[in-house]
Design a protein. Structure first.
Length: 163
């Protein structure tokens, strides 16, 4: 029997995103307006507008968690347009999946030095930590799965999941 579940972790447009977005349009408009008068100043303004355009994409990131028969895939979604694979691992290679700050996480010995954050800054959900030991690649993944996602993880690896 196939087990498949998707969870989308959304965010909202923060104040910093809105400010950078406004600066992008402001500098682009001023740069285009001054193009005929001062070419160097216009190029600088258009360059700053371009940099702001690419930077604002990093300020609005959503995450999608996919569980497929024990395989977990996490993807980043930039500005609800572009999707990029973030990380992939098997739940069998997780030695611990518990809420952040719990006794199980604090007492975990030999914590991986690589810490990966897989949730938006605006998330108000409970953050869980997964200690992934996939071959030589060990990491500590922080993410915000919902109850149904945790249930699927528990069915596949009950010894690692602590609710």
């Amino acid at each position: 029997m196939d087990h498949f579940y998707e969870q989308l972790v959304t965010t909202y447009k923060t104040g910093s995103y809105k400010v950078v977005n406004a600066i992008t349009y402001l500098f682009a408009g001023i740069g285009i307006a001054t193009l005929s008068n001062n070419l160097i100043f216009a190029i600088i303004l258009l360059g700053v507008a371009g940099a702001c355009f690419f930077y604002k994409g990093k300020l609005f990131v959503e995450y999608e968690y996919q569980f497929t028969n024990g395989e977990i895939d996490i993807e980043k979604i930039f500005e609800m347009k572009k999707r990029k694979k973030f990380i992939s691992f098997n739940i069998k290679e997780v030695t611990l999946l518990a809420p952040e700050g719990s006794a199980a996480v604090k007492d975990y010995s030999n914590k991986p030095s690589l810490i990966v954050k897989g949730y938006p800054n605006t998330s108000k959900e409970i953050v869980y930590v997964a200690m992934v030991t996939e071959g030589n690649n060990k990491m500590q993944l922080s993410f915000v799965p919902n109850q149904k996602f945790l249930d699927y993880c528990y069915r596949s690896n009950p010894s690692a999941v602590k609710k």
